[in-house]
Design a protein around this ligand. Structure first.
Ligand SMILES: [Zn+2]
Ligand SMILES: [Zn+2]
Length: 723
């Protein structure tokens, strides 16, 4: 029998390769190994040979030996199936998906240990006064040579001498100190009748240990978190793991507070900002099963959980669950697939579920668990639309008179105000009053956004930054630059003008750049050290501020201008979420929505609180257009620094498009962001009936075409961004 192993190496350009397993080495499917590749060594995972075809058939006699096994738990079978599915569905190289599972290379460097020493009880044959002093002071203590020497006030040599005589012995200690385990009974909350019923359903699903997608549907402030915490408690009690996905790192902070209050310990946190040592510690705890509860961004989905019993996707409608770089996956969909492979429930929690999710409920594939009202005495806020044409703000201002009056009253009562505008910076466009010159990013088809706080203009797509020029680069006139339209900084200026005594905070990704900053913001809000918050979508969800009673939406039309198929749905979700920050406690909340079109269906639904009617109309419109979830899309994005090369490739791809019934290929057209980070971009859009195997068609189609190395072709299955 030849010990042959198929190996998926961590190199996206390579397919699986075969190796020989040297005698004495264990290389079973899932084993993490080191393999030779040319003159180099590379990490890889052993795969079932019948599940992945080898990239190059090699006879037994020409196989190279594996170098060694990595001292880490193997990649479990359920995760291997998820990697295969993700690569297949999103047309990504399997190795690119595998890299997300092996997200911490330092975690694979074996158990890092330190050698510490402790007393054995044996006395040295030759006792000296220094040795006596050392043993007396060391007592039960354990530590490094240096640490013990310091504690005993002797030299290192004295301690070493005690080791050589056998009075002290070496102990190998892992530097991966264990995590404090969460206690399911630390603080059991008093749930409402509705919450108890919902929690019982989720707990039963965890006990059943079977695949069960569940939509946990409850208005903002209805206590969804407390409900799924009970399911987590059940998983902890049975010694199993839970994973909670959050749409943004910024939301981690309020989550951690609530989690710690309920379970008396922190969960394991996973996101892109972790230090190497933190990643290593978290990865190993997750792989060993020690990590009971993990909370993280979408990348936490691919980690090697040992015994996953529950997945929660919180704010499951959020579009930030869609990854727009590398492997273009949607974490909500992949979470459901992971639940299927792990045979565990997947809870999608949302106050404003995606139409795709609702449709799965309608089809009977997902169970719906509803939380009808707000928790306790809290009532849903009243929502008023302010017609910006009928009652416009003063010239050069952005807050309509009725909103200003409402803010006056709220501040007088000592309550807090949130002004929402999903636009960072001071102004979205800067132009020259004299010649009309507009500041455009040199790398992107995008206007530069003025950030007055740091006196820069910045591109929000590529990060290009320039100083605000003193004179117009076009006509040379000085002091002719004007800011057009508002960003949050401009709204903050207006608030400062109107309420100079009020304490203000601008909350955007520019100001909340770390979990610590988010914690500071929460603390200041709770301490009432802030009267008016001016924020982007970062403040729309997750937070619970009892004294916040007024929300003003500065420009509710903003999200509708993009014109992609989810624009109305997204606006509904976003405004509902931000409105949900108002009146979360005993004090009633009020929301004012500024719009140019108060008659638009989405505005009427928001004001009337009629989510059902809005969803129904949107769903019908999607059905008629054969748009998702009824039909499917895939985007092909062709980009290059060389515009002609990108254009040629895009046309060549279009020319070779297969003719398939019920499938249409649109384009190529320059992408709305025709230039991004210095690359010219063209798009093709494939639209097909749900039943068509669009992935297989794309694989065959693109697999038959060659394009120059300087051209990049990206496929985005189920796209969310149409830029
Ligand atoms: Zn000018
Ligand atoms: Zn740019």
């Amino acid at each position: 029998m030849s010990a042959r192993a198929r190996v998926l190496l961590l190199n996206a350009a390579l397919g699986p390769l075969d190796y020989r397993v040297p005698e004495g080495m264990v290389a079973e499917p899932g084993s993490i190994i080191v393999a030779p590749l040319g003159p180099r060594q590379m990490l890889g995972v052993v795969w079932e040979a019948d599940r992945m075809r080898s990239a190059g058939e090699v006879g037994d006699n020409r196989l190279r030996n594996l170098i060694g096994a990595v001292d880490a738990p193997p990649i479990p079978a359920a995760l291997r199936r998820l990697i295969e599915w993700t690569a297949d569905y999103y047309l990504a190289p399997p190795a690119a998906v595998l890299r997300m599972a092996l997200a911490s290379t330092s975690a694979l460097e074996g158990a890092r240990t330190l050698t510490e020493y402790r007393a054995t009880g044996a006395l040295p044959q030759r006792m000296t006064s220094k040795r006596e002093q050392a043993l007396a002071r060391i007592g039960e203590r354990q530590g490094l040579i240096r640490e013990l020497a310091l504690a005993a006030e002797v030299s290192d040599a004295v301690i070493r001498g005690l080791v050589s005589t056998g009075a002290l012995e070496a102990v190998e200690v892992s530097i991966d100190s264990p995590f404090a385990p969460p206690d399911p009974d630390f603080s059991i909350p008093a749930l409402s009748t509705d919450q108890s019923a919902a929690a019982a359903t989720l707990v039963a699903a965890v006990e059943a240990r079977a695949f069960a997608p569940i939509l946990l549907d409850g208005v903002t402030g209805s206590g969804k978190t407390e409900v799924y915490f009970e399911a987590i408690a059940q998983a902890i009690r049975s010694g199993q793991q839970s994973l909670v996905l959050l749409p943004e790192i910024a939301l981690t902070e309020p989550f951690l507070k609530r989690f710690t209050a309920r379970f008396g310990a922190m969960p394991i946190v996973w996101h892109s900002d972790l230090r190497q040592s933190q990643r290593r510690r978290a990865w190993r705890a997750i792989a060993s099963g020690e990590a009971r509860v993990t909370v993280g961004a979408r990348s936490a989905l691919f980690l090697p959980y040992r015994n996953l019993a529950l997945i929660v996707v919180d704010e499951a409608h959020e579009t930030s669950f869609k990854q727009e770089e590398g492997v273009h996956y949607h974490a909500r969909d992949v979470a459901v697939m992971r639940g299927r492979f792990e045979q565990c429930p997947v809870v999608l929690a949302s106050a404003t579920p995606a139409i795709e999710t609702r449709q799965q409920v309608v089809l009977g594939r997902y169970t719906e668990v509803k939380l009808p009202g707000r928790y306790g005495v809290a009532q849903l806020p009243t929502i008023t639309a302010l017609d910006l044409i009928a009652e416009p703000p003063q010239r050069g201002r952005w807050l309509a008179p009725r909103l200003v009056a409402a803010i006056d009253e709220t501040l007088e009562r000592g309550e807090q105000v949130l002004l929402f505008l999903n636009r960072r910076g001071y102004a979205p466009l800067t132009l020259c009053r004299t010649c009309g010159h507009r500041f455009q990013c040199p790398n992107c088809t995008a206007w530069m956004v003025e950030h007055r706080l740091v006196r820069r203009i910045a591109c929000h797509h590529c990060g290009h930054i320039e100083k605000v020029p003193e004179k117009c680069p076009e006509c040379g006139n000085e002091d002719t630059l004007v800011a057009c339209g508002p960003g949050v900084e401009r709204i903050a200026d207006e608030a400062a003008l109107l309420w100079p005594e009020a304490k203000r905070a601008v909350i955007t990704s520019d100001t909340i750049s770390s979990p610590a900053k988010a914690a500071e913001f929460v603390h200041r809000m709770e301490a009432r050290d802030i009267d008016i918050v001016i924020g982007t979508q970062l403040v729309t969800k997750g937070y619970h501020f009892p004294n916040l009673t007024l929300v003003g939406v500065i420009d509710a039309d903003l999200g509708l201008s993009g014109g992609d198929l989810r624009a109305a749905e997204r606006t509904f979700q976003q405004v509902s979420q931000v409105a949900g920050r108002a009146g979360r406690s005993a004090k009633p909340g009020h929301v004012y929505i500024q719009t140019h079109d108060p008659k638009a269906a989405v505005m009427q639904a928001l004001v009337g609180g009629d989510a059902a009617a809005f969803y129904e109309a949107e769903t019908e419109a999607r059905r008629e257009a054969n748009a998702p979830p009824f039909g499917r899309y895939a985007a092909i994005i062709i980009s290059s620094e060389d515009k002609a090369a990108a254009d040629d490739t895009a046309r060549a791809i279009k020319r070779s498009a297969p003719r398939v019934d019920d499938m249409h290929v649109y384009g190529p057209a320059p992408a709305p962001l025709a230039m991004l980070r210095g690359r010219h971009r063209f798009r093709l859009l494939v639209h097909a009936k749900r039943s068509i195997d669009i992935q297989q068609i794309l694989r065959d189609w693109l697999g038959a075409i060659d394009w120059p190395g300087k051209v990049r072709v990206t496929v985005d299955v189920d796209p969310y961004s149409f830029l």
